[in-house]
Design a protein around this ligand. Structure first.
Ligand SMILES: [Zn+2]
Length: 121
């Protein structure tokens, strides 16, 4: 069940975990306070993780402009779709914008197939 989830949510979780990793690494630097060099390395590393998460959050903002808002037929809430197939943010109902895929089993491969097709044409 948890294999597929809404892409925007997935990236958001990733960005959030980067912040946590950053803070943990920075906190780890406290254990090396006897060595200013090691402590600096940990602090800089932790800062890099936090910067990376900021970049990812910025990326989500860019991606959000490409999403399509639809009303989920399953739970009735407005959710965002990214790509050809995506899951509902609230109930993980597979949703598609492509009529030819309607009723088929959800498969993230559909997104990749579309990319291959674009290269060919
Ligand atoms: Zn839903």
């Amino acid at each position: 069940m948890a294999k597929y989830s809404n892409k925007i949510n997935k990236i958001r979780t990733f960005a959030l975990s980067l912040i946590f990793i950053g803070f943990i690494v920075m906190y780890g630097g406290i254990f090396f306070r006897k060595s200013p060099l090691l402590m600096t390395i940990f602090m800089v590393l932790g800062l890099l993780f936090i910067i990376a998460s900021t970049v990812v959050y910025f990326w989500i903002g860019m991606l959000s402009t490409k999403t399509v808002q639809v009303r989920c037929p399953n739970c009735g809430k407005v959710t965002k779709i990214l790509g050809r197939v995506d899951m509902c943010m609230y109930c993980n109902e597979p949703l598609t914008l492509d009529k030819s895929l309607e009723g088929q089993d959800f498969d993230e491969k559909y997104n990749k197939k579309q990319k291959t097709h674009k290269v060919q044409s």
